[in-house]
Each structure stands twice: as structure tokens, then as C-alpha cells.
Write a protein that binds this ligand. Structure first.
Ligand SMILES: C[S@@+](CC[C@H](N)C(=O)[O-])C[C@H]1O[C@@H](n2cnc3c(N)ncnc32)[C@H](O)[C@@H]1O
Length: 277
């Protein structure tokens, strides 16, 4: 009998636990078709044989599902708002509580561009304001390779377009046309592998208890179907401290069922304040 897309996804689930039911089926189909073209297998049936006989192919296909596109200070307006309004406000609120540690999570951090951008932004803020502010910054992704590359912290010029010249000089070493973050910046971010769909915990174990003041989960939800978007949002809500801020990607929305959990904070960007517990 001819094999179809579901056979491919079921094989992958048995092979490496890939939870395909969480993702938009259209996105998965497009990615499988990419692999059919790249492997010259012509159709789904032939590709299924290829997938089940060539040892590296399940890994390649799974990697193909993970879209890691990112860059430093992606959506500059979002970082501008963080720098001018949200970080100063969060810090003010913490000071009132005699708390000098800001807890931040970049969830779905890809190769680390977003997390390092946050580290630069917050470091610039505390230097400028001469603040004694500790930063607990966690950055996680499902994709082990992306996390390895984030820990290496070396980037091509394409991902640096939005980094201001002074900041490039201060936070990067340039060699052979590549930009590597300096050790001081690296030491500000705790990277780890973490699956946003895992059931056992609502926050990365390194962070121990979550309680984040700020979570960026941008351009991640778009890959999931509505049920799993809901699961992820619930988890992020649980991980936020009271009045914590959640930032989504430009094209992402909260579901109507989440309106009692978050209050929108900006007409320009996707900033939401946690309400309720
Ligand atoms: C397009 S990137 C977004 C990177 C960054 N947040 C940004 O906006 O530039 C999407 C990331 O989500 C990650 N991802 C996909 N499924 C995931 C899951 N179940 N748990 C954690 N991360 C996941 C992918 O590996 C990928 O690195």
C-alpha cells in the first residue's frame, strides 16, 4: 500500500519521539516536500522508503521542521520598547520590593541572538543607571544544535544588521568576517535544551522555579496548532511572576480563552502583563 504523510510522521514519532500532532500540519507537509525535492525521491511513498532506510534521514527531517531563523534585535521596535519602558518599569517595581534581581527567559531562543540582545540591552540599562542589578537570564530551545551554536556565540554579518556600531565594538570580537560574543556577555546567559511541550515542568529546571519578570517567546507559537499554543501559553503564564510581562512575535496573537490571564500593554508590539495567579 502507498505510504502517506501520516505514515512519515508516525515513523518519526516512533523513531525519536517527535510530537508531530502539536504542529500545524500544513507546515509539516511543506517541510516534508522540501526533503522529497532535496533527496530526489519524487513522491511521499519513495521518500518513506528513503526515510526508513537511510540512517541520518530521520534526524535531517526533524531538523528541517525546526525553523531557526533569527537575528540580533529582531523587530527593533520591540527592543526599543523594552529598553525605554518595560525594563525600567519592571526594575522600579522590583526595587519597591527590595528585590535586586531581574529574572528573564528567552523561550525558543534559536541560536541565541534574542538572548544576547536582551543581555546587552539590560547590561546597558544597568550601566547607564548605575544600578546594582543582578540578571538571571535563561535561554532555551528544543533544538540541541541551536543551543550548542548559541553557547559558541559566533554569528555571520547577516544576523548583526540591527546591532549599533558602539555595541558591536563593546560586545563582539570580529575575526574572519564572523562576530563572536565576548566571554562577559556569554556568562550572562544560561542556555539549555528545553521542550516547551514537555509535561513534567513549567519552566527550565536550571531556573528552579520560574518566577520570571519577563518572558520572550517570539515566533515560536506560529508553528503549533491551537491546542498546543494554549498549553504553551498556560505554561508561560505559570512561569511568570505576578505582573510579569510576556512578549510574543509580531504575527502572533493570544487566544480569546487567554484574555482573563493577560492584559495587552502596547498597541505596537505584542506585550502582555500577567493578571491572576
Ligand atoms: C523562528 S525561531 C524563533 C527565534 C527567536 N525567538 C526569534 O524570534 O528570533 C523558532 C524556534 O522555536 C524552537 N522550537 C520549536 N519547537 C519547540 C519546542 N517544542 N520547544 C522549544 N522550542 C521549540 C525552534 O527550534 C526554533 O529555534
Amino acid at each position: 500500500m502507498d505510504k502517506n504523510i501520516n505514515d512519515i510522521l508516525e515513523y518519526l514519532q516512533k523513531f525519536n519521539g517527535f510530537n508531530y500532532s502539536a504542529y500545524h500540519i500544513g507546515m509539516l507537509e511543506r517541510r516534508i516536500k522540501n526533503r522529497i525535492v532535496k533527496t530526489n525521491t519524487d513522491n511521499v511513498h519513495n521518500y518513506y522508503s528513503f526515510l526508513t532506510t537511510i540512517p541520518d534521514e530521520p534526524k535531517r527531517l526533524t531538523e528541517n521542521f525546526m525553523i531557526n531563523v533569527s537575528n540580533f534585535f529582531r523587530d527593533p521596535l520591540c527592543f526599543e520598547l523594552l529598553a525605554r519602558i518595560f525594563i525600567p518599569d519592571l526594575v522600579k517595581e522590583k526595587q519597591k520590593l527590595n528585590d535586586d534581581t531581574l529574572r528573564v527567559w528567552s523561550a525558543g531562543c534559536s541560536h541565541g541572538e534574542e538572548a544576547y540582545s536582551l543581555a546587552i540591552l539590560i547590561n546597558e540599562f544597568r550601566e547607564h543607571e548605575k544600578l546594582d542589578l543582578n540578571l538571571d537570564l535563561f535561554a532555551t530551545d528544543y533544538d540541541e544544535k541551536a543551543i550548542e551554536s548559541a553557547q559558541n556565540g559566533t554569528y555571520s554579518p547577516g544576523s548583526m544588521k540591527e546591532v549599533k556600531l558602539g555595541l558591536v565594538e563593546k560586545y563582539f570580537v570580529v575575526k574572519d568576517g564572523k562576530y563572536t560574543v565576548i566571554p562577559e556577555l556569554k556568562s550572562m546567559v544560561h542556555f539549555s535544551v528545553y521542550d516547551l511541550l514537555q509535561k513534567n515542568s513549567h519552566a527550565p529546571s536550571e531556573s528552579i522555579f520560574g518566577d520570571f519578570d519577563l518572558i520572550l517567546c517570539r515566533n515560536v507559537l506560529i508553528y503549533f496548532n491551537l491546542d498546543f499554543q494554549e498549553q504553551i501559553i498556560n505554561r508561560l503564564h505559570k512561569s511568570l511572576a505576578a505582573n510579569g510581562i510576556l512578549v510574543l512575535g509580531e504575527s502572533e496573537v493570544l487566544l480569546p480563552r487567554h484574555t482573563d490571564k493577560f492584559r495587552p500593554q502596547s498597541t505596537y508590539c505584542k506585550f502582555f502583563k500577567k493578571t491572576g495567579s
